[in-house]
Design a protein around this ligand. Structure first.
Ligand code: CA
Length: 235
């Protein structure tokens, strides 16, 4: 893809929400496509991958979680999930299938645009990717240039925000980072966000890395990285 504005796919069956979200995004300079069902959303992504997807959880055919899961099978496109208020469990499930972030309805459309900007800012290539930097921490190697995480040479696939979170913590070894700091550094928030996003992503990184996860919870403060373990003993 060359040139042009970033393209946002808005997946929402409620016409009024879809149209006001589209309006705010267009006013912010984004190209917008819409889909009113989960199947239509998947078809849109297959025909041309958007820069970012805003995905409603409640859709008439497939729900947002299933749509997210299917898109994630072949794409790391950033996904911002919309959920109804007080659906904590649903929100968390949404993140565990690989959404980058979520917002609860009703939301301020300006905040939605701010989130979209934050996510896209984080997605654009950065200096460290250009430099091909990598961090070695015991058996764990995280390579920013190749966006690859390996444990004892075996690749572990992380979602984009999981990767960024692990990088940020390893890049600040010896320090405790608060949830707000992580929201700012990984999600690009310059405003107070919902820090449960951080906790859910930490849980995912731990699940995927298992014993090799270096992330330690510092109760009441945030997270830090444990000292590197000795290399695994030879079999
Ligand atoms: Ca809906």
């Amino acid at each position: 893809m060359t040139g042009g504005s970033p393209e946002i796919l808005v997946v929402e069956d409620e016409e009024s929400i879809a149209s006001f979200v589209s309006l705010y995004l267009k006013n912010a300079g984004y190209a917008v496509r819409t889909a009113a069902t989960g199947n239509a959303a998947i078809a849109e992504v297959n025909s041309k991958e958007p820069t970012l997807i805003i995905l409603d959880l409640m859709l008439p055919d497939l729900d947002g979680i299933e749509v997210c899961r299917r898109i994630r099978q072949k794409s790391d496109v950033p996904i911002l999930m919309l959920t109804a208020r007080d659906e904590d469990v649903d929100k968390i499930i949404g993140l565990e299938v690989g959404a980058d972030d979520y917002m609860t309805k009703p939301f301020n459309p300006r905040e939605l645009v701010a989130r979209v900007k934050s996510i896209l800012r984080r997605v654009t290539p950065e200096r460290r990717e250009a430099q091909g930097e990598r961090i070695v921490h015991g058996d764990l190697i995280i390579d920013a240039g190749r966006r690859e995480v390996t444990v004892s040479g075996v690749e572990v696939r992380l979602a984009p925000k999981e990767f960024e979170l692990l990088w940020e913590l390893l890049d600040h070894r010896g320090l405790v980072l608060t949830r707000d700091q992580l929201l700012e550094r990984v999600w690009g928030y310059t405003f107070a966000g919902d820090t449960r996003t951080v906790d859910v992503h930490v849980r995912q990184v731990r699940r995927k890395l298992g014993e090799a996860s270096p992330i330690v919870t510092v109760w009441g403060v945030g997270y830090k990285v444990a000292p590197a373990r000795d290399s695994a003993p030879a079999a």
